[in-house]
Ligand binder design. Sequence first.
Ligand SMILES: Cc1cc2nc3c(=O)[nH]c(=O)nc-3n(C[C@H](O)[C@H](O)[C@H](O)COP(=O)(O)O)c2cc1C
Length: 184
Amino acid sequence: MKALLINGSPREGGNTSELVKQFMNAACGKADIEEVRIFGKDISGCNNCGTCQKTILREHCTISDDMSDLYPKFISSDLIIFASPIYMWQFTPCTLAFINRLHCLCWSSDLEYNEMAGKSMAVLITSSDAEDAADLAAAGLREFCGFFSISYKGDLRIPFAGKSRISSGEYDGEIREFIGRVFR
Ligand SMILES: Cc1cc2nc3c(=O)[nH]c(=O)nc-3n(C[C@H](O)[C@H](O)[C@H](O)COP(=O)(O)O)c2cc1C
């Protein structure tokens, strides 16, 4: 199985990246997983030019930015795992921009063309408030998956997140349980 982990945290050594590190260590051998940090990459939101909804574009999108390198990685992956802190009850702007730009991988009117169908998705989330701080973001991703025939494997939420607690092994059980769900 090929998996792509999209890390949307701006902080390289922060809570989410520490959670990603723990996840990658625990998931070692389960799949061929590539992590891509997207903060700082040039990824703009969809501009609704509509071109991708009338034809299948060889380059996928008319916007020429760093998504050009990410589309082939996305398309060749069976499983996409997002990792994001919660910012204002949502995923980070770069994570949302990435998800926006998946628009060109299907015709959303009739889904006659849908390169996302049959893939799986899951998400690692950190927040400074309680678990329900992630409700809106997780629900949005679940809806997205349902609409585009992607299997949603769920989320792992680390509320009241702190790097030292994440690195201490406190969440090893939850991470193992999440891995069990994701790679089932
Ligand atoms: C702009 C901004 C908005 C945030 N909004 C929320 C929020 O709505 N709910 C919440 O629980 N935490 C919120 N947080 C806290 C982060 O989600 C939390 O500290 C997270 O673990 C940071 O992850 P990182 O170390 O990977 O950056 C926010 C942080 C920032 C910087």
